[in-house]
Write a protein that binds this ligand. Structure first.
Ligand code: FAD
Ligand code: NAI
Length: 482
């Protein structure tokens, strides 16, 4: 028994010492090597799932690394819907990239800017600062620009919201893609509720303000509707008892059912859970126009109706970033698909030399998913590390060609899909020995929580998210406007 006690105490002390050392190292990074003019310059575009995974795993001894992105943080998108109602605080799922950069062996240069153009012949990029001296966002084309050179380029700029050119969407709808979108939704939601509590408005106006609409029944729309329902039941009912009964949530989907990529059983489970939660699903219904207080839909029978709303969240998928079209134009003969950058099985941009693309901006035959982008990032960094070491032996060797000679093509291995559907229920579609298992309910919700907690970018993020969940349990969500 005494020996067992010693082992337990020893292990606890060891663990404590190791954690303290990790925390110390985290706060006190070592001095970094400076840029080495004899090394090639590798430019990474973006700080999302693809590019950040490349940076995390890249051996910076091999390259001079430059990162260009309009946001100086990584965003854990799977928990973004939770930020729209305050289940999780915004900063808990953001990780500043400078923390990651500062721990690399060699210094990494970061430009908070957007890449707007490329000159493939000169191997040069134009980058534009999208904020002015007062910190306000400026329109594309109106910011300060500069040029930078690259030897190797990795494009991981993701996608942008697809409105399909639907009139009024850009002006009146909220998106759910970036942290700024979640912030805007939270503000608009509280504005609608506070405006609805004024006495001197008509009942029709009150009902309009309290009608929350989600357009798009993909995973983003479903998860947002689920979070909104929880906010209504857990918080609004307590703090706005006179309004809570009037709040309505409607989800509009153009196809015959929601979540087309999920198993049929999970689709049925989600639809029945939404019914229990009094979320109206309008299927085979397409939004045709959005005005400031109402939107027009085309009903299943082809007729049109106008529906008033207070908040409308547009979650209908993604399309290419403008810079992707500029890159495509440089290699027009090989880049024949307008939906993104065609890449080969080694993630090389077709028609280009020394340019790779990954994640949502790359047409690699896989769905636009975080897990695809992250696996591609890991694959690319591993191969770049190995090949750069070969390259160091023979600086004239062609890295772009070596990759084919020395590596196996990238292959995606699906870890399955998870989605939160509200009222502490989640759905899971998981691969299991060449078969798929599906599950939905409260146990799946706990699996969803633990899976995301363990996948967060850093120990810091996991600690913050876990404490947000505990905070919500004890004190409820924060209903302040800001
Ligand atoms: P992103 O992560 O979008 O990153 C793109 C980066 O490029 C950003 O840093 C951006 O600022 C930067 N950038 C943009 N334009 C430029 C430019 N011109 N120059 C330089 N940088 C630029 N997937 C899952 O697998 N599971 C989930 O649970 C899941 N949940 C999601 C929830 C939500 C709400 C959303 C919106 C998406 C979710 N996804 C999920 C999808 C997942 O987030 C994307 O597939 C993933 O982010 C793609 O990674 P990426 O690196 O290609 O792009
Ligand atoms: P999506 O493309 O998956 O779904 C968009 C939905 O909007 C489609 O079902 C489409 O029919 C519908 N739609 C389009 N135009 C419409 C209109 N005018 N009126 C009504 N409905 C309309 O988009 P989403 O949900 O934004 O997801 C984007 C990507 O991110 C997907 O690959 C998805 O799998 C991934 N993702 C994964 C998550 C998860 O695994 N938990 C969570 C969120 C996103």
């Amino acid at each position: 028994l005494r020996t067992l006690k010693r082992i337990v105490v020893g292990a606890a002390l060891g663990g404590l010492t190791y954690t303290s050392w990790l925390m110390y190292r985290n706060r006190n990074p070592e001095t970094q090597l400076p840029f080495d003019p004899s090394k090639k310059t590798l430019v990474l575009l973006g700080t999302g799932w693809g590019s950040t995974t490349v940076l995390k795993n890249l051996d910076t001894e091999n390259f001079n690394v430059v990162v260009v992105s309009p946001r100086n943080y990584f965003l854990f998108t799977p928990l973004l819907p939770s930020c729209t109602v305050g289940t999780i605080e915004n900063r808990s799922i953001m990780e500043p990239v400078r923390l990651l950069m500062r721990h690399k062996m060699r210094e990494v240069k970061f430009y908070e800017a957007e890449c707007t153009d490329i000159d493939a012949a000169k191997k040069q990029l134009t980058i534009e600062r999208r904020v002015d001296a007062d910190g306000n966002e400026v329109k594309l084309g109106e910011g300060e620009t500069t040029t930078i050179n690259y030897d190797y380029l990795v494009v991981g700029v993701g996608g942008t919201v697809n409105t399909f050119g639907t009139p009024g969407v850009e002006q009146h709808a909220c998106f759910l893609k970036e942290m700024g979108d979640a912030r805007r939704i939270r503000r608009r939601l509280m504005d609608s509720v506070e405006s609805a509590s004024f006495d001197d408005i008509t009942d029709a106006e009150r009902d309009r303000l309290l009608h929350m609409v989600v357009v798009g029944g993909g995973p983003t729309g479903i998860e947002y509707a689920g979070e909104l329902h929880d906010f209504l039941v857990d918080d609004l009912t307590q703090w706005y008892p006179e309004l809570a009964d009037r709040v309505r949530i409607t989800l509009v989907e153009a196809l015959p059912n929601v979540l087309p990529a999920f198993d049929k059983k999970l689709i049925d489970y989600t639809q029945s859970t939404f019914k229990e939660n009094k979320i109206t699903i309008l299927t085979r219904t397409m939004v045709k126009e959005v005005k400031d207080k109402s939107f027009t839909v085309q009903n299943p029978d082809g007729s049109r109706s106008e529906i008033p709303y207070g908040l409308l969240v547009w979650a209908t998928g993604i399309k290419s970033q403008p810079v992707v079209n500029k890159i495509r134009a440089q290699f027009a003969d090989a880049q024949t698909n307008g939906r993104g950058l065609l890449v080969d099985e080694y993630l090389r941009v077709k028609g280009a030399k020394d340019v790779w693309a990954l994640g949502d901006c790359a047409l690699s035959g896989y769905a636009p998913l975080a897990q695809v982008a992250a696996q591609q990032g890991k694959w690319l960094s591993r191969h770049l590390n190995r090949l750069a070491a070969d390259n160091a032996q023979n600086p004239e060797a062609d890295l772009h060609a070596l990759i084919e000679e020395k590596s196996r093509p990238f292959k995606y291995s699906s870890q399955g899909s998870l989605a939160y559907i509200g009222s502490e229920k989640a759905i899971a579609d998981l691969p299991f020995f060449n078969r798929n298992i599906t599950a939905g309910g409260i146990a799946t919700f706990w699996f969803w929580k633990s899976a995301y907690l363990s996948e967060l970018f850093s120990l810091r993020n996991s600690t913050l998210v876990a404490s947000d969940w505990v905070k919500r349990f004890f004190f409820g969500r924060d209903i302040s406007r800001e």
